[in-house]
Design a protein around this ligand. Structure first.
Ligand SMILES: [Zn+2]
Length: 160
C-alpha cells in the first residue's frame, strides 16, 4: 500500500493460519495480529503485508490439528510439535526477503515480536531499521500459547 520506496516501510510477514485467520480461533493470536498489522499499515498510508503459506509454523494444517489434539492432553505448542517429529518452528524466511527485493525494498521497519524474523530478513539481505512490536490483547484461551512463545521461542512481549 502507498509509497513503500522513499523510506523504510512498515512490513508484516504473516504466516498463514487457517484456523485463526479464517475461522477466528481463540487458540492463537494470528488473526488479531493480522488485523493489527493491516490497520497500522492503513493508518500510516503505506506498508507491505506478505502472507506466507506456512500453516502451523511450517508443519502444515493436518499436523497442526494433530498438535492441537496433543495440546488438549496437556502438552504446550512446542512440546506438541516436537512429539510429532517437527522442530518447534519449521519456518524459513528466505522467501519474504526475496519478495521485498523484487519490490525494490532494501530496508524495512518490521512489525513483529519475533527476533528470528529480524535475523532471517537481515540474513537474506534486507536491513531492518526498526522492529515495531505487534502485540495484541489475546483472549484467555491464548494465554498459555503466548507464554510458551515467549519462554521457548524467544518472542518479545513488553507486557507479559
Ligand atoms: Zn494461529
Amino acid at each position: 500500500m502507498g509509497d513503500v520506496l522513499s523510506r523504510p516501510p512498515l512490513v508484516r510477514i504473516h504466516s498463514q493460519c487457517l484456523t485463526g485467520d479464517v475461522f477466528g480461533s481463540l487458540r492463537c493470536d494470528c488473526r488479531q495480529q493480522l488485523e493489527m498489522a493491516l490497520s497500522m499499515i492503513a493508518k500510516e498510508g503505506a506498508g507491505v503485508l506478505i502472507y506466507e503459506q506456512q500453516e502451523g509454523r511450517g508443519i502444515g494444517l493436518m499436523a497442526k490439528l494433530q498438535a492441537y489434539e496433543l495440546q488438549d492432553s496437556g502438552l504446550d505448542t512446542v512440546q506438541a510439535n516436537e512429539r510429532l517429529g517437527f522442530k518447534a518452528d519449521h519456518r524459513e524466511f528466505v522467501m519474504p526477503a526475496e519478495i521485498l527485493k523484487a519490490l525494490g525494498i532494501g530496508s524495512v521497519r518490521l512489525l513483529s515480536n519475533n527476533p528470528d524474523k529480524v535475523a532471517a530478513l537481515e540474513g537474506g539481505g534486507i536491513r531492518v531499521t526498526e522492529r515495531v512490536p505487534c502485540e495484541v490483547s489475546p483472549s484467555a484461551h491464548a494465554e498459555e500459547y503466548l507464554k510458551t512463545k515467549k519462554e521457548k521461542l524467544g518472542h518479545l512481549f513488553t507486557s507479559r
